[in-house]
Write a protein that binds this ligand. Structure first.
Ligand SMILES: Cc1cc2nc3c(=O)[nH]c(=O)nc-3n(C[C@H](O)[C@H](O)[C@H](O)COP(=O)(O)O)c2cc1C
Length: 201
């Protein structure tokens, strides 16, 4: 599907059919996530794929969104907080692959330029921002495959982590149920162009 068509067709879907999502499709969605960009190429996204009906039942108390647990697959999208330690290695890797070769830039660590996005928000927020990009890759690729998703943020994180036996360094960012849509809603309200462009200079 043409990218713009995919963007236009995407909706948050809150009702799924019982049709199964194949291993190959799940792999395809994960590949879309894997290719997402991230600050310092940290790639903090980690996923728990829940297909087992038993596990979905266990997750029932952690979210008000029962439809999520009726989807054939639930992606639990997480940020690996430990990746910050790998930043020097990731940046070295980037340098070695020539990402900054012949690029018109000054040394970002010279001390001349103060501040950065990663410092202006919390580490967790910064990693969540990166995970969100990978999640949206999944969301759009799903549309491409005829599938549908819905971002879900209302989760009892601590209880979900306990049920899923997640280590402390994995933070849940969202639940993303994936399945075939059983509804076809129209476009949801959006702000106008005038409202989103604060200034043109
Ligand atoms: C970060 C994020 C969190 C969201 N959390 C929820 C949620 O907890 N429950 C829900 O039903 N929808 C949730 N949504 C879906 C939004 O309600 C939806 O994107 C918005 O209403 C626009 O509708 P559309 O996605 O169909 O265009 C979330 C979306 C995002 C991006």
């Amino acid at each position: 599907m043409e990218l713009n068509e995919t963007i236009k067709q995407r909706r948050s879907i809150r009702k799924f059919t019982n049709d199964p999502v194949s291993e190959a499709q799940i792999g395809d969605l994960l590949e879309a996530a894997r290719l997402a960009p991230s600050g310092s190429n940290l790639q903090p996204w980690r996923f728990v794929i829940v297909r087992s009906e038993e596990k979905k039942k266990e997750l029932d108390p952690v979210t008000p969104y029962k439809f999520a647990l009726k989807a054939p697959v639930l992606f639990v999208c997480c940020a690996d907080l430990s990746v910050l330690e790998s930043r020097p290695r990731r940046v070295k890797e980037l340098r070695e692959t020539g990402a900054f070769t012949d690029v018109d830039m000054e040394d970002p660590n010279s001390g001349k330029y103060k501040g950065s996005v990663s410092q202006s928000i919390t580490a967790k927020g910064y990693l969540a921002m990166n995970v969100a990009i990978a999640v949206e890759h999944i969301v759009l690729r799903a549309v491409d495959l005829g599938l549908a998703t819905c971002w879900l943020g209302r989760i009892d994180i601590e209880e979900a982590k306990r049920i899923l036996e997640l280590p402390e360094h994995l933070e849940i960012i969202c639940f993303l149920p994936v399945g075939y849509p059983a509804q076809s809603p129209g476009q949801r309200p959006r702000l106008s162009m005038e409202e989103i462009v604060f200034k043109t200079l």
